[in-house]
Ligand binder design. Structure first.
Ligand code: HEM
Length: 236
């Protein structure tokens, strides 16, 4: 069992991040290296300043708001929580004073970041079982949503157990030692990380997160890098 935990928590994490960075880099270089579109993709009436409208379209999804307001609410919540999730994971490595502008315990969000993400992902998944979205969906759509749901569920379970149910065997200090050791290329697995009752949750969380990182450069998640340039083209 310990060999399996070791494999998922150390070599697989390095491998996944390597695929993520190299794969994403190569795909971006290829996409941005393509010859320029000769015809304009701009939409009219033109609104200025164009960059501000491109930001507005990218982060506020106005056409979704207009046509599918409930989907829009979940999309905004989901993306806001993703941002908090990045901050939360950074704080697992160490204290950042800038993130403590609003004082909080780590993991930030009192468990609600994970809860909101779980509910939003279930909404995104179940809407794909109903017509007409079902007819427009491909297997990758389901695969990605289920994968994200599993990552979020196991990540949140660890946080909820500690915060809401007083579980104290696997603490932020344990994650910190483990994550910092990965970062400094001197990997170590503290005793609690692999021997606590909740170690399997961490291993499952990291296993599914690894799959997501490997899959990322080849999936529609690449839209996170492409959405702003695309909207800039549309706004001129
Ligand atoms: C290899 C990469 C990753 C590692 C090592 C990692 C590790 C962790 C750890 C140690 C926690 C803390 C649990 C606690 O507070 O007890 C956590 C929480 C969490 N992680 Fe990750 N994680 C990774 C990637 C991801 C990814 C890619 C996602 C989602 C897309 C994600 C979503 C979450 C969520 C939702 C929580 C709980 C947030 C909350 O409700 O407080 N993680 N993660």
């Amino acid at each position: 069992m310990n060999t399996l935990y070791y494999f998922v928590l150390i070599p697989m994490v390095y491998f996944s991040f390597a695929v993520f960075f190299v794969g994403t880099g190569i795909r971006l270089v290829k996409i941005f290296g393509k010859p320029k579109q000769s015809t304009s993709l701009q939409i009219y009436p033109e609104k200025r300043p164009q960059w501000l409208w491109a930001l507005h379209d990218t982060f506020l999804f106005p056409s979704v708001r207009k046509h599918k307001p409930i989907l829009w609410i979940f999309l905004i919540l989901f993306h806001a929580c993703l941002l908090l999730l990045v901050i939360g994971h950074l704080e697992l490595f160490g204290e950042f004073r800038i993130f403590q502008i609003i004082p909080h315990e780590i993991f930030l969000g009192k468990g609600f970041v994970g809860l909101i993400l779980c509910v939003a992902l279930m909404f995104f998944l179940f809407r794909r079982f109903l017509s007409p979205v079902r007819e427009l969906s491909v297997p990758e759509d389901y695969y990605l949503l289920i994968l994200l749901f599993l990552i979020v569920l196991f990540g949140s379970q660890m946080d909820w157990a500690r915060r809401w149910y007083g579980y104290e065997e696997l603490l932020v200090e344990d994650y910190r030692t483990y994550l910092l050791s990965l970062l400094t290329l001197k990997p170590e697995l503290p005793y609690n990380v692999i021997n606590s009752g909740h170690s399997f949750m961490l291993v499952l969380h990291v296993f599914f997160a690894n799959l997501f990182l490997i899959f990322f450069p080849f999936s529609q998640s690449m839209h996170s890098f492409l959405s702003l340039p695309m909207n800039k083209l549309r706004r001129g």
